[in-house]
Write a protein that binds this ligand. Sequence first.
Ligand SMILES: NC(=O)c1ccc[n+]([C@@H]2O[C@H](COP(=O)([O-])OP(=O)(O)OC[C@H]3O[C@@H](n4cnc5c(N)ncnc54)[C@H](O)[C@@H]3O)[C@@H](O)[C@H]2O)c1
Length: 323
Amino acid sequence: MTSKVRVGIVGVGDFGRRHAAIAAALPEVELVAVADRDEARAGRVAAELGTAPAASVEDLLARHDVDAVVVATPQRCHLSDVRAALAAGAAVLVEKPVVTASSEADELRHLAASTGGLVVPAHVSRFLPAVAQLRQRVAVDPVVAVRAVRAVPVERLDLHGGEHPALVAMVHDLDLIRSVVPAELADVSSVQSWTDPSRPHPQVVMAHLRFADGSLASVDNHWTLPHARQYIDARLEVVTRRWTAHLRVPGGALRIVEENGDLLPDTELEATVAGLPVGALATQLRHFAQCVAEGRRSDVVDLEDGLWSVEVAARIAAQQPPR
Ligand SMILES: NC(=O)c1ccc[n+]([C@@H]2O[C@H](COP(=O)([O-])OP(=O)(O)OC[C@H]3O[C@@H](n4cnc5c(N)ncnc54)[C@H](O)[C@@H]3O)[C@@H](O)[C@H]2O)c1
């Protein structure tokens, strides 16, 4: 393996294109190719990001220079794409839902165990600084109850209405619940209803989960947002005996209600996610290191910016009225 991890992306539609752009921008990753069965799309994205196009996962793996694959094809393709990648000895980051049925889950579990390959589910919410911080807190104060509510624009049914909303959207919330409740699942029940009876699956789904340690979770998904301005509108409430946390996504702000009042942890300036420093302080240093390595000036903030604010501040300070 070279020092950069050589990554290929399979499926460069809406989400895969985003994975590809990030892979192309990260210094620790080399984007070796992007594959899509829509060859024109693969060609377009490859040209845009300065990488090679491929027509399929097999085509991508035939290059023999791929250490890892990001699978961002529609979920019905995930199992076969992961199987192909593992057979070629590549590690896999696979979009959610990892697979679409319990039978596929068993097969994937077996595949990963028999090949010893690395398969990481792309449950990206766990990498939100606020969620990472929340997980650190529940490691100390066990969860009593969780409530997750997610609303999705009704318009997205045209894209995703062919699958049950539990698999398309609720998996995010189920994973968030799992990330804060370590206990075994004891029971799951649900009520479901249609706002659009012409669709094969319900648009309103409310589920209850009961865990072996007595903790409970409730998760509601509504595919009912009347506009498409917002991709999702998700809320999470985590209750412990000492505090209750509220998180809204997007927005990312975490609010902890505890005995002494509300606390708003600052996860934008500095936070650690999976051992990696994130937030503005970390980005600032990475950017500075990049400028040093490339022998260039910063295009974010230059010396004149720093001096301007000092000079304005000095003029304001000089105007201090006598006491
Ligand atoms: N984590 C998240 O928040 C999030 C958000 C959106 C989508 N996703 C997931 O990402 C995956 C892709 O979703 P999307 O919205 O980008 O879909 P999309 O339809 O926009 O893109 C899928 C792409 O895969 C290509 N494709 C289909 N079959 C293929 C095959 N066999 N080989 C190669 N390419 C193939 C299509 O041509 C298309 O370009 C899904 O699993 C979805 O659930 C995750």
